[in-house]
Write a protein that binds this ligand. Structure first.
Ligand code: HH2
Length: 291
């Protein structure tokens, strides 16, 4: 796993989906909050995700869960920069920064982070897209309706897939106008962000429509609440098999990057779906025999 591989991935039409491991250096994230606040704990978690097959690590210092308190840029930097520095010193890791603040993104890119994951698609901070254009780094533009403080308000769409797609097309245009090249841009339907369980399921059902935007699609379903509602699992850690089903579906329907907490199990899911896809296209011969 090298940053070069990630750049190659963005530029080649034939690609294997990548696994993005989630590392939240927050006290309050919905699933892993408080676990990786110290630098050694964060580095250990990143290393074990890479060993388990993560292609890139997405580090966030501000929870996006409903009701989460916004974290000032200075505090996000205080949490992120030592982790970025430590991971950079290990070498060979592709580091993504999950932030909507251009100040935080700039500081982390200065320390050697490779890309930015902006869950506001550049809407929160007018300096974000010009920064991405200037630094020529990949960016994730995610659909979002409302801020964490308002995410609990009942979301309404007449056609959630069409509206998400229209929003992503508009944000792609905004990124181009700011000077970003298409090759830098990854799109994300924003599973769970201002959406009911039914909206999330419809987005998964029609995920292939998002791929027609012509950019790599990131899918972030990992351990989310809609899985809990359907599988009757209250604790996010109990949603691994439900998550695996969404990852299998996502890969089969064109997702290019899977943002997950449980890297090892989801890597297996991706490998198996890719083998089946390969067989459908090219045939599959050989391998071991028996149970
Ligand atoms: N989901 C979360 C955070 N960032 N980024 C993208 N691009 N897509 C997502 O679906 C996405 C995201 C929420 O998950 P998590 O980071 O585990 O929780 P929290 O926001 O509470 O830290």
């Amino acid at each position: 796993m090298t940053p070069l591989k990630f750049r190659d991935f963005l530029q080649t039409p034939i690609r294997q989906p990548l696994i993005m491991g989630i590392l939240n250096v927050t006290p309050d994230s919905f699933s892993d909050g408080g676990q990786f606040l110290s630098v050694p704990a964060a580095v250990l978690a990143a290393r074990s995700m890479v060993d388990a097959g993560a292609d890139l690590i997405d580090i966030g210092a501000e929870s996006t869960r409903p009701g989460a308190v916004p974290v000032p840029a200075i505090e996000q930097c205080r949490r992120l920069i030592p982790v970025v520095q430590a991971l950079r010193s290990l070498g060979g890791l592709t580091i993504s920064i999950d932030t909507t603040s251009s100040e935080v993104a700039r500081a982390c890119l200065d320390e050697g982070a490779h890309m930015v994951n902006d869950t506001s698609a550049g809407m929160n901070d007018a300096q974000m897209l010009p920064l991405i254009a200037d630094r020529k780094v990949p960016v994730v533009l995610m659909h979002n309706q409302g801020s964490p403080a308002t995410l609990e308000a009942p979301p309404a769409y007449s056609d959630v897939v069409a509206e998400v797609k229209r929003f992503l097309r508009e944000r792609l245009d905004a990124a181009r106008q700011a000077g970003c090249a298409d090759e830098q841009i990854i799109v994300d339907p924003g599973i769970g962000f201002g959406k009911t369980t039914a909206h999330n399921i419809q987005l998964l059902e029609r995920l292939s429509e998002i791929t027609t935007l012509g950019r790599p699609v990131l899918l972030g379903t990992s351990r989310k609440r809609f899985i809990g509602e359907i599988t009757h699992t209250d604790a996010p850690v109990d949603r691994v098999f439900g998550t695996a089903a969404t990852i299998a579906w996502g890969v089969a329907n064109g997702a290019d990057i899977l943002r997950v907490h449980d890297v090892g199990p989801m890597k297996q899911v991706v490998q198996m779906i890719c083998a089946i896809q390969f067989s459908r296209k090219n045939g599959f011969a050989g391998g071991e025999r028996g149970l």
